[in-house]
Design a protein around this ligand. Structure first.
Ligand code: TUI
Length: 316
């Protein structure tokens, strides 16, 4: 058994969220994770509002369990997407790459739970005042757009700064990571990278193969200060490195990066696309169903707890 107060708040069996990854976390994956007792989350990304509405309808056709949608705040469609989430009565939203503060009153009025991703204490403090329901504290071990702090340093600082529930993300792969996150004061975990290799994930097979092949030092941060993105090393990251070496302006990084996630995730070009993945990619050795992944997390965490108990016995 693995239960925390997050299970009650979100009405889920296990305190495990699947990251709402743009172009990757489609309805099929989100529904499978929710069916397995976690919280599946559709990655809204930069998709047009009607595409997101269709994904929501598809999740609803595949599961009656709660699910979420991630809103990407650099999307040009944020306003319209928020409208759709309210119309469709999506149970939970997570937000990334921006401050959802001004939308909170409308979302709360619609009964939607809001869990923004934060990578700093200052933003968490601001958003607690704005009325969010909790936080996802994302360390820089994560794939994609990341902050500066590691999970180990960030999570306890967010926990200490707020009275709201905190979910840890970044560098979590199995039961060991789950127990570590709970030790830091989190009441749940969010995992993206491992769920990319779920059987139900519709990402291009080449993308899954890149993650399965990855070794410990195969991810790298690309981009420029304040806009760092963790990806698997490939031809594209070599070009990013060249831009960095010549101190290129931000616009050149933006131009090189534009549309690259779709190229990897949908077209399957893992040489010149952005293969976003966290540092735990190296630990993935095979595709598994969402149910197998969640069962592994729960049994693994239980085993870790039993072993840890021994360290605190008097006759040790
Ligand atoms: O957003 C992420 N991870 C991402 S975004 C992304 S890039 C993408 N590409 C194409 C389509 C869609 C997305 C890949 N991975 N994680 C959440 C996250 N949010 N990390 C950091 C932040 C963040 C940054 C600044 C949150 C708030 C923030 O606030 C700025 C402010 O206004 O104070």
């Amino acid at each position: 058994m693995l239960k925390t107060k997050l299970c009650e708040i979100l009405n889920i069996k296990y305190p495990i969220l699947q990251g709402g990854m743009a172009w990757i976390a489609t309805a099929e994956l989100a529904a499978a994770v929710s069916e397995a007792g976690g919280l599946g989350i559709v990655g809204g990304g930069e998709a047009p509002p009607e595409v997101i509405r269709n994904e929501i309808k598809k999740v609803k056709s595949l599961t009656t369990k709660p699910f979420g949608v991630n809103v990407y705040f650099l999307s040009q469609f944020v306003e319209e997407v928020i409208e759709i989430l309210i119309e469709e009565k999506v149970p939970v939203i997570t937000t990334g790459a921006g401050n959802p503060g001004k939308y909170i009153p409308r979302l709360k009025a619609a009964g939607i739970k809001v869990f923004p991703v934060v990578s700093s204490v200052a933003l968490a403090r601001r958003l607690e005042r704005a009325g969010v329901d909790g936080f996802i504290a994302e360390g820089m071990e994560c794939g994609g757009h990341v902050g500066e702090l590691t999970t180990m340093a960030l999570v306890p600082q967010i926990v200490d700064a707020t009275s709201l529930p905190v979910i840890a993300a970044g560098g979590i792969f199995d039961g060991r990571g789950v127990v570590a996150a709970l030790s830091l004061g989190a009441v749940g975990v969010q995992m993206g990278t491992r769920f990319v290799c779920a059987k139900e994930c519709t990402v291009h097979p080449n993308y899954k193969a890149s993650l399965i092949k990855a070794k410990d030092r195969d991810t790298v941060l690309t981009g420029y200060h304040g806009h760092q993105v963790r990806v698997i090393k490939n031809k594209l990251t070599k070009e990013f490195l060249q831009l960095k070496e010549k101190n290129a302006p931000a616009e050149e990084f933006e131009k090189l990066g534009a549309g690259r996630l779709r190229i990897a995730a949908v077209d399957g070009d893992c040489d010149m696309g952005s293969v976003m993945a966290g540092q735990v990619a190296a630990m993935i050795s095979q595709e598994q169903t969402a149910k197998e992944i969640i069962e592994d997390l729960v049994t693994g965490a239980t085993r870790v707890m039993e072993n840890l108990g021994g360290f605190f016995k008097e006759d040790n």
